[in-house]
Design a protein around this ligand. Structure first.
Ligand code: ADP
Ligand code: MG
Length: 694
């Protein structure tokens, strides 16, 4: 066993390395920058760059790169070597403060939603000193934000940082009203990452997995997940080796991966890190996804991060554990011990309830993608309807406030916010309902609708923004108050009553909830284009504008990118599906029919007839005809869809016309697959894929 404390963070230029390698004045300057954003002077930046370079070279790095998260949702990097020519054909390894702080990759090929034309496509990457540089593939990676010439965000980090700042400002206003002396408030995040592992050799034989990351065909295996024997089951040796290797790689990068276990579906697993500041957590999650895939290859495995790689078994999500804390370490989503703390907690809780109810559309938008649409509402994941689960105890307290009664329903005096101590809330009781998309879990909220492949920056930007907006409205009102105590109580009561409909403790997977939610007037945007349609509503433009998180132009371009991506994904899926029908499925079926016909012919000469062969042939014949007719139909529909000029209309057409027709094609093909002999199957089956990694 390697020495874990030595290994942990060994590839990270963290505070420990900083304090050991920088002069005390430069270290102090850098800490100021990290803590309150004071700009770094060039002299300090030069010294930091020098120290960083020396450290990186001592760890075997030859290159450096500004590492950033463009709007594609994955990360990008452009490597430059430290190499600088020196006299006499020699080289020196150089890296300046300027190169550390600002980079200029050519931004013309990154999605920008029509914001810039190519000739002015210069973007800047700017170091985010609150996220540590690290070494990956002999390259010093410097986490950066990516902006256009005019300072517009071209990435996912910039809005996230802005949202954290907005939430800090608004939270401090509220805390001040309670006499809380916190200086800074930050958001924390712990993403539980689900994934599938499949054998690389099998994967290579499936065009759909290679091109789309999910299976477009596959008859149900004899055994699925109905036995519930996978969840938390003993981990198979090959998977253990993978997890150990993965842990080592992530630990070196300073990522606190802690929990690992099998998930509900066969071949599905989860890794949960210990939570950290949101922007660092977002960087680390991007890195985690990349390393998960890379390490899998070393083990002859493929790590699938798609939200729904297999039909009929659970999909993968990324439970987004989210909280806010002060610089004194006080978790603002934790019920307190004193009446004052309780009142403060209840106000923050009320702000979350209001934020979620007022902005169901934004939350749904933040998790919208072609992949996640297959998962949300698929009876094993939260529906596309957003609601909050707070647990029975907390719900009873909120009800008491709403009704002006004692919380336990007994005849005691009514619950006095700010004067009464709240009854303690047992932690485990808050986590009983796993079907809620947004659950209070004792000292944090768990947003479960996030898809496994998504960047967590988007959903967290929205979470921070909508909470900041609620708090802003509360602060505007309470700062004017002459009688804080009673105005606070009134405000909480009023808001809880107004947003009561968003609280739901029942089964979020049931059909009854869909009907009930509709009665309550909750939004149910089933598809990505539906979710995007409302993004540019005036309410949202105002919200982001007031808080300085997105300009209207940024919102517009970001939503265009999302729509374009949705259409692109489906375009690739349709193409792959048609290829598999024509190149894999129909030829395999013909080969098998040929064998059957041959056998039939010979049989007839010996006996009279062979019914079994004939029947299979007839069945196959009908199915193949049906398949080719429907594949043709899909192809024709796709031509019309592709030619639809208006992007939103095109996306709707993919959702309403193309996806249902893809299901039809799949259903027929999935009936053909089990009829073919083992040697004639067109590609590895679900059984092969889901049960072969031992
Ligand atoms: P479960 O599977 O029961 O939801 P896990 O232990 O798998 O729980 O994951 C819980 C996640 O929540 C971890 O990533 C943990 O670090 C994170 N978490 C705990 N406290 C906080 C907090 N205050 N803020 C953000 N995340 C938190
Ligand atoms: Mg979990």
């Amino acid at each position: 066993m390697t020495n874990l404390p030595e290994l942990f963070g060994s590839l990270v230029y963290n505070q420990q390395v900083m304090s050991q390698t920088l002069s005390s004045s430069v270290y102090k300057a850098l800490k100021h920058t990290m803590e309150d954003g004071t700009p770094l002077d060039l002299d300090s930046a030069n010294q930091i760059a020098e120290s960083m370079k020396k450290w990186a070279i001592s760890k075997g790095a030859t290159h450096y790169s500004h590492w950033f998260q463009p709007l594609t949702g994955i990360t990008a990097e452009k490597h430059d070597s430290f190499l600088t020519p020196a006299p006499e054909g020699k080289i020196i390894m150089s890296f300046s403060g300027k190169e550390l702080i600002k980079g200029e990759p050519d931004a013309s090929s990154f999605p920008n939603g029509g914001k810039r034309s190519t000739f002015e496509a210069r973007g800047y990457t700017v170091w985010d000193p609150t996220s540590y540089p690290f070494i990956k593939d002999h390259t010093l990676c410097i986490p950066t934000a990516f902006c256009s010439y005019n300072g517009e965000a071209l990435d996912k980090k910039t809005p996230l940082l802005r949202s954290m700042e907005a939430l800090n400002t608004q939270s401090l206003r509220i805390l001040k009203l309670f006499g809380n002396e916190a200086k800074h408030v930050t958001t924390t995040m712990g993403p539980e990452q689900e994934y599938f592992l499949v054998d690389e050799k099998l994967y290579n034989k499936r065009k759909d997995l290679k091109m789309c990351g999910r299976t477009l065909f596959g008859a149900k295996p004899v055994k699925g997940q109905e036995m519930d024997d996978q969840y938390f089951a003993a981990i198979k040796p090959r998977v253990i080796e993978y997890m150990e290797d993965l842990n080592t790689e992530l630990w070196k990068l300073g990522i606190y991966c802690k929990t690992e276990h099998n998930e509900a579906a066969p071949a599905q697993h989860e890794m949960a890190p210990i939570f950290t500041t949101s922007n660092l957590a977002a960087d680390q999650n991007q890195l985690t996804m990349e390393i998960m895939k890379k390490v899998a290859r070393r083990h002859g495995l493929i790590c699938l991060l798609h939200e729904k790689p297999f039909e009929g078994v659970n999909g993968s999500g990324k439970h987004n554990n989210w909280s806010i804390a002060t610089n004194n370490g006080e978790n603002l989503f934790a019920p307190g011990k004193t009446p004052r703390d309780n009142a403060q907690f209840l106000l923050f809780l009320t702000a979350v309830i209001k934020a979620v109810d007022d902005n169901q559309d934004l939350l749904r938008y933040s998790v919208a993608s072609a992949g996640n649409d297959h998962r949300l509402g698929a009876n094993e994941a939260p529906p596309a309807i957003i609601s909050i689960y707070v647990g029975d105890e907390l719900q009873a307290i909120l009800e008491a406030i709403k009704e002006g009664k004692a919380y336990d329903g007994k005849d005691g005096a009514k619950l006095n916010i700010g004067a009464d101590v709240l009854p303690s809330i047992p932690k485990d009781s808050t986590d009983r309902n796993r079907t809620s998309p947004f659950a209070f879990t004792g000292n944090r909220f768990e947003f479960r609708a996030v898809g496994s492949a998504l960047s967590i920056s988007g959903p967290n930007t929205i979470l921070n923004a909508i909470l900041a907006d609620s708090l802003r409205k509360f602060a505007d009102e309470l700062e004017k108050s002459q009688n804080f105590q009673s105005d606070l109580e009134q405000l909480i009561k009023r808001e809880i009553t107004e947003h009561w409909r968003i609280l739901f403790n029942g089964n979020g997977y049931g059909q009854e909830w869909i009907e009930e939610a509709e009665r309550r007037g909750l939004k149910n945007y089933r598809t990505t284009p539906k979710a995007i349609e409302h993004y540019l509503d005036q309410k949202n433009i105002d919200l982001f504008g007031k808080l300085g998180i997105y300009t209207e132009e940024e919102m517009h371009s970001h939503s265009v990118i999302k729509l374009e991506k949705y259409c692109q994904v489906l375009n690739i899926e349709v193409g792959t599906m048609l290829e598999m029908v024509n190149k894999d499925i129909i030829p395999s079926a013909f080969k098998y029919m040929n064998l059957l016909a041959d056998t039939e012919f010979k049989m007839q000469r010996v006996f009279d007839l062979c019914d079994a062969g004939l029947n299979t042939m007839k069945k196959l014949n009908n199915l193949i005809n049906d398949l080719s007719v429907n594949a043709e139909k899909l192809s024709a529909l796709h031509e019309t869809t592709k030619a639809t000029e208006d992007l939103m209309q095109r996306a709707h057409s993919y959702a309403k016309q193309i996806l249902p027709q893809m299901s039809v094609v799949r259903e027929i093909a999935d009936q053909i697959e089990p009829l073919l002999g083992e040697d004639f199957k067109p590609f590895p089956s679900y059984e092969d894929l889901l049960f072969s990694v031992q």
